[in-house]
Design a protein around this ligand. Structure first.
Ligand SMILES: Cc1ncc(COP(=O)(O)O)c(C=O)c1O
Length: 345
């Protein structure tokens, strides 16, 4: 049976070329700053985003949380979008690791505006915590991987800067946004202070993320990484996969986006299926099955035929395309969905 694992773009397995690069990696003890491959990856990601320095970390969660820890103090406020990953799906780390309070704003496809932010920024007063950081997510996972426009981001940054508020971008899927919009990572980088960028999602590496920013912030993040037990030794074997991904796996994301679009359009043609095609610009799609067909049931039925998706928030199924999904698998997934979700009438 053909298997089509659309649950997440974290399902990719390293390709033979990537494994070879990992095998050949020159390594050293990274806690001594002596792993040349880690150093190269950190420098490469910093250069790509126009930042001074980078830090290899174990996961997107660790990257986000270190960026927050490095740019806030306990008691500070972090402003974030209501459905963002760093508040909702990182095991309560904002309060556990950084002791910050969170002000959540309902975004439009993940985008929050200066007007909304202004409403929750604390005046300077002895009664209030300090608003220290605004976190944005690009692409925005829960909005079918919607990318941020430069105008929207520039507006947030223009608001934050004069108020001494830092802007962090959860760029778990930054390069999906880059490929979809044509805005370079460096251009996005003009309007954020820090990024956390995942190697283990659309880029197809097995482990890791890189935090980038100014040197002082990254030095602080490095200190907290050690404190949180994330210091690594011969991590060059992992960094090599990241370097390989930066070289080979960025422009090909356009194929993932095309396949997500193809899948989404086919779903839109199925009677009773709800999907907003305007939202589908990268590699994720969310849809609602026809009335009377609960998502969990549809997911279970599809899975018996090898098509794996996730029943997410109430009533909704998520599918994500990635490096290990080709055209044939997408056509198969479409056939299975069509046969699994007959029209209710
Ligand atoms: C938008 C976003 N940010 C951060 C993360 C966290 O990444 P990780 O699972 O590597 O901790 C995810 C994971 O799916 C994500 O979707």
């Amino acid at each position: 049976m053909i298997t089509v694992d659309l649950r997440s773009d974290t399902m990719t397995r390293p390709t033979p070329g990537m494994r070879q690069a990992m095998f050949n990696a020159e390594v050293g003890d990274d806690c001594f700053g002596e792993d040349p491959t880690v150093n190269r990856l950190e420098e490469a990601m910093a250069a790509l985003t126009g930042k001074e320095a980078g830090l290899l970390v174990t996961s997107g969660t660790q990257g986000n949380q270190l960026a927050v820890r490095a740019q806030t103090h306990h008691g500070d406020d972090v402003v974030a979008e209501h459905d963002c990953h760093l508040f909702n799906a990182e095991a309560g780390a904002l309060s556990a690791l950084s002791g910050v309070q969170t002000r959540l704003l309902k975004g439009d496809r993940g985008v929050i505006t200066p007007e909304q932010i202004e409403e929750v920024v604390r005046p300077k007063d002895v009664h209030y915590g300090r608003t220290a950081l605004i976190a944005v997510e690009n692409t925005h996972n829960k909005s079918s991987g919607s990318p941020w426009s430069l105008e929207a981001l520039a507006a947030v940054y223009a608001f934050a800067r004069p108020r001494n508020i830092r802007v962090h971008m959860d760029g778990a899927r930054l390069f999906n946004a880059v490929v979809a919009t044509g805005i370079s990572a460096q251009t996005y980088g003009r309007y954020v202070d820090t990024f956390s960028i995942c190697l283990s999602k659309g880029l197809g590496a097995p482990v890791g993320s890189v935090v980038v920013g100014d040197r002082e912030t990254i030095d602080r993040a490095r200190y907290f990484r050690k404190m949180f037990g994330g210091g690594m030794r011969q991590a060059g074997v992992l960094a090599a996969a990241g370097l390989y991904a930066l070289e080979h796996n960025i422009s090909r994301m356009a194929d993932d986006h095309r396949r997500a679009r193809r899948f989404a359009e086919a779903l839109a043609d199925m009677p009773g299926v709800g999907i907003d095609l305007n939202e589908i610009r990268t590699n994720m799609l969310f849809f609602t099955p026809p009335a009377g067909q609960p998502p969990e049931q549809v997911v279970r039925k599809c899975e018996t035929r090898g098509v794996r998706m996730l029943a997410m928030r109430p009533g909704v199924i998520r599918a994500v395309t990635h490096l290990d999904i080709d055209d044939t698998q997408i056509e198969y997934a479409i056939d299975v969905c069509r046969e699994t979700m007959p029209h209710p009438s």
